[in-house]
Design a protein around this ligand. Structure first.
Ligand code: CA
Length: 230
């Protein structure tokens, strides 16, 4: 799952980012409303955490324009404590939840989880490919009934591949979804991670579940049915 955090206070933004990354999300940060809106409308996010008091474009304007363009990505706004009218206005403008500042990270994380759960009811919470399964709520992967221990990046990579099963994903798409917004796509980090992931999910023999597509990227596919000699 990929989350956009729009927050101008750099300390707060990096605190949220770090915490959410530890919860296995991939996180991008924007420090003003205009940049945030630009990112939210040009990239795919599963949720947005939006501060209200922002330079360039405040959170309410962001929300109004974002919803006005037809985007229904869940948004949680960060409001000043006690500012009831802010909460009402935010909800009226299409926010899905609000959290008064200052807050404990645990509460933010719990609300983000519930936001993602609520809005992804129609999305499968268990992804399957061959005998690999992935629980997108608990973030646990299994192969053949065995639990696979993954780092947050490995998890994010596997989830992205499995959500897009059968679709060839270019290195730049994978980079955008799993790594930071402005990551150096020339680096071979994706290949390194794919190698690690294949090892962990025991995908080392042909036919592979994760296949490379020369010059493009990778695809995760169901194994072809074995030939039956009858
Ligand atoms: Ca602010």
């Amino acid at each position: 799952m990929r989350i956009l955090v729009v927050e101008d206070e750099k300390k707060v933004a990096s605190f949220i980012k770090k915490g959410l990354q530890e919860e296995m999300y991939s996180v991008d940060v924007a420090h003003d409303g205009a940049t945030g809106l630009n990112m939210a409308t040009s990239e795919e996010y599963d949720a947005v955490v939006l501060d209200v008091m922002l330079p360039e474009k405040d959170g309410f304007t962001f929300l109004r324009e974002f919803r006005g363009m037809g985007h229904n990505t869940p948004v949680m706004i960060l409001t000043a404590r006690g500012a009831m009218e802010d909460r009402v206005m935010g909800l009226d403008l299409g926010a899905d939840d609000y959290l008064p500042k200052p807050f404990h990270f645990e509460e933010l994380a719990a609300r983000v989880r519930s936001l993602l759960r609520r809005t992804s009811q129609e999305k499968a919470t268990t992804l399957k490919c061959g005998d690999v399964s992935l629980d997108t709520i608990s973030h646990v992967a299994h192969r053949d009934g065995q639990t696979i221990d993954l780092t947050s990046k490995e998890y994010a990579l596997l989830e992205y591949l499995m959500r897009n099963k059968g679709r060839v994903l270019s290195r730049s798409l994978i980079t955008q979804h799993v790594w930071a917004y402005s990551f150096d796509t020339e680096s071979n980090i994706i290949d390194v991670y794919i190698k690690k992931l294949r090892k962990k999910i025991m995908d080392l023999e042909d036919p592979r579940l994760i296949r490379s597509v020369r010059g493009v990227g990778y695809v995760m596919q169901e194994p072809e049915p074995e030939q039956n000699e009858e």
